[in-house]
Design a protein around this ligand. Sequence first.
Ligand SMILES: O=C(O)Cc1cc(O)ccc1O
Ligand SMILES: [Fe+2]
Length: 453
Amino acid sequence: MTQIELPQGLIRAPSLDGPHAGYMPGFGNDFESEALPGALPQGMNSPQRCNYGLYGEQLSGTAFTAPGHQNERTWCYRIRPSVRHTHRFQRIEMPYWKSAPCIDPEIVSLGQYRWDPVAVPDEALDWISGMRTMTTAGDVNIQTGMASHIYLVTRSMRDEYFYSADGELLIVPQEGRLRFCTELGVIDLEPHEIALIPRGLVYRVEVLEGPARGFVCENYGQKFALPGRGPIGANCMANRRDFKVPVAAFEDREVPSTVTVKWCGQFHRTEIGHSPLDVVAWHGNYAPVKYDLRTYCPVGAVLFDHPDPSIFTVLTAPSGVEGTANIDFVLFRERWLVAENTFRPPWYHKNVMSELMGNIYGTYDAKPKGFAPGGMSLHNCMLPHGPDRNAFERASAVELKPEKLDETMSFMFETRFPQHLTPFAAQAGHLQEDYIDCWASLEKKFDGTPGVK
Ligand SMILES: O=C(O)Cc1cc(O)ccc1O
Ligand SMILES: [Fe+2]
């Protein structure tokens, strides 16, 4: 876009140049964008006739009457209204994408579990067929809880579209690059970035660099938001301007196409004669967004002790019980360790929340071996865990100089609900049968005599 010279020599900033061309900065802002000049009505939502012959349509992300600071909706101006993008539905099976409640009495979820990275199979898998659910929690029908998935994607969707009525997706890539072509614009995503795709938004996923593997948190409940920072103040952790929302983009393509819908845990498919990505202009605060995890500014211990991991929360999805999240998305990234006279790795603990972790790259300090990039672990509700023997011995003996934790990026989906393993997660192969042995050699040091042992 060229710069526009205004009277008095003022130069207005170009909106589409620079390192973030194609995106608008902010989280939860009221955005507006038009792919054709004048396509967006000004000063009102529903003119008698829209410019270009477009149809006006509202997409609601919260109840009409949700409180003002939570209320989310977007107005779309599109070639056809969405009712022309769904026809009669036919149920289809998607055996690996499970929804809560998914409780198999044969599967024991009570335990500490860890998984090796799942190899991407040598077959055509797209964003829907390549989704492998690992755990489910809560109940999709009452819009409570979550599911965690691994995606294994080798094939782009072509004239195939998808939306989920069951929840928003938090996407955490670990390998490969994907393009999300959505009704509201295009998001390109690679490891060290995350994206949120809202409930109800139609999109297709293309492989830019494959195969692609990563993690997904499907949030059945209230939307992810930025946590309050409390006494930390107005800055640090995740900053709003580092979130990027795509500018409007549309296609006017009339070819046989399919739309797959996930609804109450079931999958249905419908056939239409054109692309549903036909939103020429939009305005509102319900939109897909991406975020570079390398812009997350961690705040931590600067003198002694190890704070609770909530200090590293990137996004939090409330559950209705204050301070008790449906899901917290927590990031363990590169940082300096400087605490004096302190056992620096995570302490041993037992947590009422259930902790699902994934490794994006590098080594995690509590588990120097066995928790590989692409791997996952689950420390379920009220199940004790903590550093393995190697991590404990090193951290207890090491000279406490300032130490940079480098090459490390892991995350946690922490939910108030117990997580249940799916048959896929419980299956031998990637499940590490010997995980709990990582604590077996922790020795008794107590001998009744005082003094540091
Ligand atoms: O269990 C884990 O490794 C996650 C974790 C990290 C931390 O720094 C403190 C508590 C916690 O649960
Ligand atoms: Fe933990």
